[in-house]
Design a binder for this molecule. Sequence first.
Ligand code: 5GP
Ligand code: ZN
Length: 112
Amino acid sequence: MDCIFCKIIEGSISSTKVYENENVCAFRDINPMAPVHVLVIPKIHIPSMDGVNNENSKFVAAIFEAIPKIAAAEGLKNGYRVISNCGEDGCQSVKHLHFHILGGKKLPEKMA
Ligand code: 5GP
Ligand code: ZN
């Protein structure tokens, strides 16, 4: 499958991984929007938030269990933001479900 993030999971595209377990992979965004910008993805191909269902939601739970661990390891003591862009209006550019962790500075008050 022609999916950049599946290739990152396989290791055929290189990335700076910051966390990994059986279900989850997290790596630094190639184009960081904040001092800390990590992407957390499921280790199965789910196209977007719209593809989450009863069969695969354990991967999403695993992502949300990993996020506080990653935030702590990244030193985000003062807080952070988690975002998942979905579809056209959400400006999703990579069609493999992912959650952005942004932090390391005071983020803009307005989200949209
Ligand atoms: P989206 O716009 O879909 O929510 O976010 C996709 C994110 O993936 C973008 O922030 C973009 O910089 C990041 N990205 C795209 N291609 C690569 C890549 O090959 N490696 C890494 N580390 N990040 C990528
Ligand atoms: Zn994929």
